[in-house]
Design a protein around this ligand. Structure first.
Ligand code: NAD
Ligand code: PRE
Length: 302
């Protein structure tokens, strides 16, 4: 599909793209760039690419597909650095978890002779770095494309086909809509996990003696999510501020209603909500978006 794929940043997502693109024979050559030599060396040890460099300008030379796989706070400066070196006709994309801020940070730097098609694979784990990737990561997961108005439809189709070959279902969306949906389905849940684990850790005497010792499934599941990369998640909350705050306001209202139900012994309210949420979980499993085993897929790390 592409002659030379350039991956800027080679962590969980970059390495998973490299492994699957190679397996499917989607690209002739993979050029890998990362900021630190240590990361480049780790990627080389795993044989993720054909060429390796710390220089973004060198990495994009000759590439007909360039994907930024770095924290969302870093995409603006990187796009500025690579812009003069991009090949005419290249597709430039990213994998950032926030789309409005990423489009705003990247688009002004890009020359007219490239096609910009932002993307977000909704697939991941709490692990990071070049050793964390695995080729099945995107299987059966959604990838959302948010091409700005006027983007060359052929470039959108080509990137859609690429992500389908990586295993994803693909949908196109407005960046602002994407950010609102992901605020409630991904960003606020992570904030809740960070918060609950932080609160438990602050109960120091309990932490040492009891919290970890008696941690049952519920808390353990939160600790998995709360182990996610701090840089990535700091950047997500700083760049999707408005949508996250709006969803948090809704969340707080609903939490207050539950608090009231507990205080006044209103079992019906609790039972009705828990019945509704159980049906949602079962619906997700039936739709094939999740298996009953919460660790499914996450064990497949190479
Ligand atoms: N982890 C997930 O679950 C997940 C899922 C979907 C999308 N994403 C998005 O994908 C992107 C990459 O996430 P990841 O999980 O692969 O992260 P990662 O931490 O595993 O890898 C990030 C890569 O970016 C490089 N990097 C970090 N800061 C940089 C900077 N300031 N300048 C240049 N390079 C820098 C790192 O060296 C590394 O190579 C993020 O934008 C994230 O929002 C993550
Ligand atoms: O499964 C996980 O560990 C994830 O956190 C993956 C997850 C998510 O919230 O679903 C995290 C951030 C991404 O932007 C997309 C996917």
């Amino acid at each position: 599909m592409f002659k030379r794929l350039c991956l800027i940043g080679i962590g969980l997502i970059g390495s998973s793209i490299a492994l699957r693109a190679r397996k499917e024979g989607l690209v002739e050559e993979i050029a890998i760039q990362s900021r630190r030599q240590e990361t480049v060396d780790a990627a080389a040890r795993r044989g993720l690419g054909d060429t390796y460099t710390t220089d973004p300008a060198e990495a994009v030379k000759g590439a007909d597909l360039v994907i930024l796989c770095v924290p969302v706070g870093a995409v603006g400066d990187i796009t500025e650095a690579i812009a003069p070196h991009l090949e005419p006709g290249a597709i430039v994309s990213d994998v950032g978890s926030v789309k409005g801020a990423v489009v705003a940070a990247m688009q002004p730097h890009l020359p007219d002779h490239v096609d910009f098609v932002p993307a977000h694979p909704i697939a991941g784990t709490e692990h990071s770095g070049p050793d964390a990737g695995f080729p099945e990561l995107f299987d059966g997961r959604w990838c959302v494309l948010t091409p700005p108005a006027g983007t060359n439809p052929e470039a959108v189709e080509k990137l859609k086909a690429f992500w389908e070959r990586l295993g994803s279902h693909v949908e196109t969306m407005e960046p602002s809509h994407h950010d609102m949906v992901l605020a409630i389905t991904s960003h606020v849940p992570h904030l809740i996990a960070y918060n609950i684990v932080g609160t438990a850790a602050d109960l120091e005497t309990v932490t040492e003696s009891e919290v970890m010792k008696f941690a049952a499934g519920g808390f353990r599941d939160f600790t998995r999510i709360a182990a996610s990369d701090p840089t990535m998640w700091r950047d997500i909350f700083l760049t999707n501020r408005e949508a996250v705050l709006e969803m948090l306001a809704r969340f707080n209202e609903d939490l207050t209603a539950l608090q009231r139900a507990i205080r006044w012994g209103d079992g019906d309210t609790l039972f009705d909500l828990f019945t509704r949420t159980r049906a949602i979980r079962r619906g997700i499993i039936e739709a094939g978006q999740e298996t009953a085993d919460p660790d499914f897929g996450r064990q497949k790390k190479v």
